[in-house]
Design a protein around this ligand. Structure first.
Ligand code: FAD
Length: 471
């Protein structure tokens, strides 16, 4: 039977939460169609060293009133072991080791600029302001610099490098490589749940995905089927799919369709995917909102050498050169300074032989394409030049995510770009004719870019469908 009351496109967090909501409401006449050969979407836990690593989502952001926290707690999936704070090594690219206390002090000063941003945006900007986060941060930093410049003992170039490093964190948290493209008003609409922002899961997010999947009959989930056309010109909607195993085309009918494709996927495919085309306000929203690429690099060592360490931070000074010897000698790396994106390496909790580093934007895309051996050589050279005192061995492996080239994600997560507003997010989320519904992390401005945002919007979309069926 190829007719369903509801078809859900995708089997990531948003789709599965919508499906579970339908089941809870007694509706079983639905099909989840997923292009990939696995469920989870941008949640991708892979087993590693008797434990796991997360190529996608890793932490639960906030514990109070966060449905993902509540669910994982009820399922006993939380890793509630407290981190014991270890030492951080800070060095500039010439191998100068910096005083940890001094660097932490400057980081705290810079953190104040971030802490004050909410109030500043709320009190000083109009709702339709096109101001960006980059400018506001720079303004705040200039004031700090002015004060510090009078102190002869402080190296201003190091202070600037610390500021740049903190900004890099903001870039990968928001998936936006240029903070001047991050809308201040949009940024301020994001709502944090209170409590720990970095709660871990004992077995990774994959176990939560497995749990949700276990609530859905297996006949209701179809993997390896790429939806290529959604014809919503008439009711029921006709969905055309490519069976990736047989290369055959198959069509389904549905009264209601929930699309959970990422904004990145919609940017690249909405014209060919929807027939007729989406309304102009939705297209404008798809085009205007930002969707960036954030990747993770896991640097794996033979031995657990980082037991008493939190991590290594390279503070890249603009006034100092750096020559990557392996570029030219062994590899041709286009000398584009991508390696300056490799700045913050944190020890993976419970796996003291692994460091994790986040990269964003064009550097992330460039690094995606590098061979493992090349990236090992680059990181090995960086560490031996920046942290010679540690005498680190050569890493054994480097594992990296490749969200930019992931053909069904087309990037990592959404942000409100300058020139777009929360109205674009609302337009993206707006159902069409009680027939087409949209969910996923990019359809909520409060919880954008998170697992809980995907979960909440999935359940909301299911509720809307249920109301449409009843009306
Ligand atoms: C590197 C990284 C780190 C992150 N870290 C965190 C974190 O620590 N905490 C946090 O809360 N969030 C984090 N996130 C964000 C979080 O992973 C996402 O917000 C969430 O998983 C998105 O879920 P979704 O259901 O909206 O979309 P997706 O998971 O992308 O699901 C959409 C699904 O649709 C499928 N699909 C697309 N097109 C088609 C088609 N044409 N036909 C059929 N199927 C299709 C895709 O294959 C995919 O499975 C991170 C994301 C990344 C990439």
């Amino acid at each position: 039977m190829n007719s369903y009351k509801i078809i859900i496109i995708g089997a990531g967090m948003s789709a599965l939460s919508a499906a579970v909501k339908l089941i809870e409401s007694g509706i079983t006449d639905f099909l989840v169609i997923e292009a990939n050969d696995r469920i989870g979407g941008r949640i991708h836990t892979i087993p590693f060293q008797n434990s796991f690593i997360e190529l996608g989502a890793q932490w639960i952001h906030g514990t109070k009133k966060n449905p993902i926290y509540d669910l994982t707690k009820a399922l006993n999936l939380l890793d509630e072991k407290k981190n014991v704070a270890g030492k951080m090594h800070y060095a500039t690219q010439d191998g100068t080791l910096l005083n940890e206390e001094f660097v932490d002090k400057i980081f705290r000063k810079i953190e104040n600029i971030f802490d004050n941003l909410d109030d500043l945006i709320e009190n000083e900007l109009d709702d339709d302001s096109d101001e960006n986060i980059g400018v506001l941060l720079d303004d705040g930093f200039i004031k700090i610099l002015r004060k510090l410049k009078s102190n002869e003992n402080i190296n201003i170039e190091v202070v600037k490098a610390i500021y740049k490093s903190r900004c890099n964190e903001e870039k990968y948290e928001s998936s936006c490589e240029d903070l001047r493209r991050l809308s201040a008003i949009g940024w301020n609409e994001y709502e944090d749940f209170d409590g720990d922002q970095f709660t871990r899961l004992k077995y990774g997010f994959g176990k939560l995905i497995e749990y949700l999947c276990s609530q859905i009959p297996s006949k209701n989930i179809l993997l390896n089927h790429l939806v290529t056309k959604i014809d919503w010109s008439m009711s029921p909607v006709t969905i055309t799919c490519l069976n990736k195993m047989s290369n055959n085309t198959i069509t389904f009918n549905a009264d209601h369709v929930i699309t959970t494709c990422s904004l990145g996927y919609l940017k690249n495919h909405h014209h060919e995917l929807f027939m007729p085309n989406l309304p102009l306000n939705k297209i404008k929203a798809i085009e205007n909102l930002g969707f960036g690429c954030v990747n993770k690099i896991f640097v794996v060592y033979e031995e657990a050498i980082f037991k008493s360490l939190d991590g290594l931070k390279i503070l890249w000074r603009d006034d100092l050169n750096f020559k990557l010897e392996c570029d030219g000698k062994k590899w041709k790396l286009e000398d584009n300074k991508f390696y300056r994106a490799l700045d913050n390496f944190e020890v993976l909790p419970n796996q003291p032989n692994i460091l994790i580093c986040f990269v964003v934007g064009r550097d992330a895309l460039f690094i995606e394409k590098l061979e493992e051996e090349c990236l090992i050589d680059v990181i090995d050279e960086l560490f031996s030049k920046c942290f010679p005192h540690l005498n680190l061995p050569k890493p054994k492996h480097v594992i990296k995510s490749k969200w930019g080239n992931d053909q069904y994600a087309n990037g990592s997560y959404t942000y409100i770009k300058t020139g777009s507003t929360v109205s674009d997010v609302k337009a993206l989320a707006q159902p069409l004719k009680d027939t087409l519904f949209f969910s996923g992390e990019g359809t909520t401005f409060k919880y954008m870019s998170t697992v809980h945002g995907a979960y909440i919007t999935g359940r909301e979309a299911a509720n809307r469908v249920i109301r449409a069926i009843k009306s």
